[in-house]
Every structure is written in C-alpha cells, then in structure tokens.
Design a protein around this ligand. Structure first.
Ligand code: ARG
Length: 274
C-alpha cells in the first residue's frame, strides 16, 4: 500500500517537473552544470537539489574531499543537515551565481544556498528563509597598501574589482558610484583578487568572510569600513510559494542557530579552509 502511494507520488512529481521544465522554454540560465539526468533525478523526489556557486570560501568551495563529493563549506554542511532531516540525498549543482535566482524560480533547483544576501530585489522572485549569517562588505587590498582606509577612498581614482551580480557590485556601482571606467567585474572572487596581487587593481570589494579567506590565501589584507558598508543577511532561497520546503529549512536553520552549530561551522571553516 505504502509502496503504491510512493510510486504514485513519484509519477506525479515527475509529471509536474516535466511541465515545469517545459515552462522554462528549455532556455538555460547559463553556466549551470545540471545535466539532463539531474533533472530526472529531481523528478524522482529522492534527491534534494542545492544550487550554489562554489567559489565562495568559507561558505562553498571545491576541495579534494568535501562533505558532498568535492564540495565543502558552511553552506554545504547546512544543506546536508536539511537533506538529512528530510531523509533525502543531497545533490549539488555548481553554477554561476547570477543565474541562481532564476534556477530557483523555474524549479531547476530546489534551493539556492550560496552565501546569498536576502535583498528586496531578489525577494521579488524567490522566497527567503530566516537569516543564518550576518556579513558586511570589506575591501581586499595589497599587504602594504596605506592609501585605502575607508570606502570613500575608493572613489579617489582607485581601480576597484567586484564580482558580477554580487551585492558588492551593486554597492560599488550604485551606492559609492565609483566611475564605471575604474570598475572591473569578474565571475569569481578567487580570480579577481589575483589582480590585486599583481597590482592591476587597488581593491576588491567582497563579503567579509570570503574577503578574509581570499586575503589570507593570497598574502593580501582586509580593510573594513562598517560605517560605509551596511550589514547583510544570508538566507536560503526557494521557489515562491514552496512553504513546505521553506518551513523545513527554517526548522533546521533555527535548530542550528540555537545549538550554536552555525557559529561552530563558521569558526571551523575559517580556520580550516585551504
Ligand atoms: N552575498 C553576496 C550576494 O548575495 C555574494 C554571494 C556570493 N555567493 C557565492 N556562492 N558565490 O550577492
């Protein structure tokens, strides 16, 4: 009896997933590595699909032996707990950060966990969980840099790097209004800090924990300006209206916050990361 219900549920899920995919018009949001079989696994209802952009240590990065295959980090640990709480296997789709919200809203992935700041703009297209981490933007500069001590200094004819589509991009472009010709945009923080290292850029504006990790790994330093950069809250994005998954995610997150597990992960990964 139980088995039959399960088969029925799976068939229904498969049918729904196919019609949802058709609704996307087959158009790719770009850069996603979800193979066709990834979509059919989603339809089986067995695997829980997390979309992320694994170039954002300590939240998600690629390593030899991670929690799920090569993927490791705070967000991967959180996702694993969510999947475990539902008795489902976690599948990770590594894609461009810029396409994550679209992948959530078209149902290509079940949830985006990517150190994603819950912004009002994004909340128009996806639903956000409770926040699980508070970050702020920082400036990654050369180890012996002395002329950048505040965000204001960036406007002073400085070459500034950001990652395309990150909140840091928006802040540098719109709020600080650094002249467009002085802004360089890259797809990954890991890549753009190389330009600070080789002197092509004066600073990279990026999220605090990631900025610190990238600075430490590359012999660079971090300059903070809490007065200029507001705090940002990371949250998990799900498809609008998917309250069942959202409730489950919130329950797991709240448990991890209350038990201090998120804090422990933050400490563990900031120290352990590469
Ligand atoms: N917090 C920033 C934002 O939401 C950057 C997130 C980047 N995350 C990533 N996994 N690459 O825009």
């Amino acid at each position: 009896m139980k088995k039959l219900t399960k088969v029925l549920a799976m068939t229904l899920a498969a049918a729904m997933s196919i019609s949802m995919l058709a609704a996307c018009g087959g158009g790719s949001t770009g850069g996603d590595t979800a193979a066709d079989d990834g979509a059919s696994t989603a339809a089986s209802g067995e695997k829980l699909i997390m979309g992320t952009n694994a170039a954002f240590p300590p939240f998600e990065f690629v390593t030899t032996q991670g929690i799920v295959g090569e993927f490791d980090g705070i967000d991967v640990a959180i996702a694993k707990n969510i999947a475990d709480s539902m008795g489902r296997e976690l599948q990770i789709e590594d894609q461009e950060f810029d396409g994550l919200c679209a992948a959530v809203s078209t149902g290509k992935i079940d949830m985006a966990i990517a150190g994603m700041t819950a912004t009002p703009e994004r909340a128009q297209n996806v639903d956000f969980s409770i926040p699980y981490y508070v970050a702020t933007q920082v400036m990654v500069v050369g180890a012996d840099n002395t002329d950048i001590t505040s965000a204001e200094d960036l406007k002073n004819d400085k070459k500034v790097g950001v990652v395309l589509g990150y909140t840091g991009d928006n802040i540098v472009t719109s709020e600080l209004a650094v002249p467009e010709e002085n802004i360089t945009r890259a797809n990954r923080g890991i890549d753009i800090v190389q330009d600070v290292k080789n002197g092509k850029l004066d600073a990279v504006v990026i999220d605090s924990a990631t900025g610190k990790a990238l600075a430490a790994n590359n012999g660079l330093k971090v300059v903070e300006d809490p007065a200029a950069f507001e705090s940002e809250e990371y949250a998990i994005a799900v498809q609008k209206g998917n309250t069942e998954l959202l409730d489950q995610i919130n329950t797991v997150l709240q448990g991890m916050i209350d038990s201090g597990e998120i804090d422990e992960l933050a400490v563990k990964y900031s120290e352990a990361e590469e």
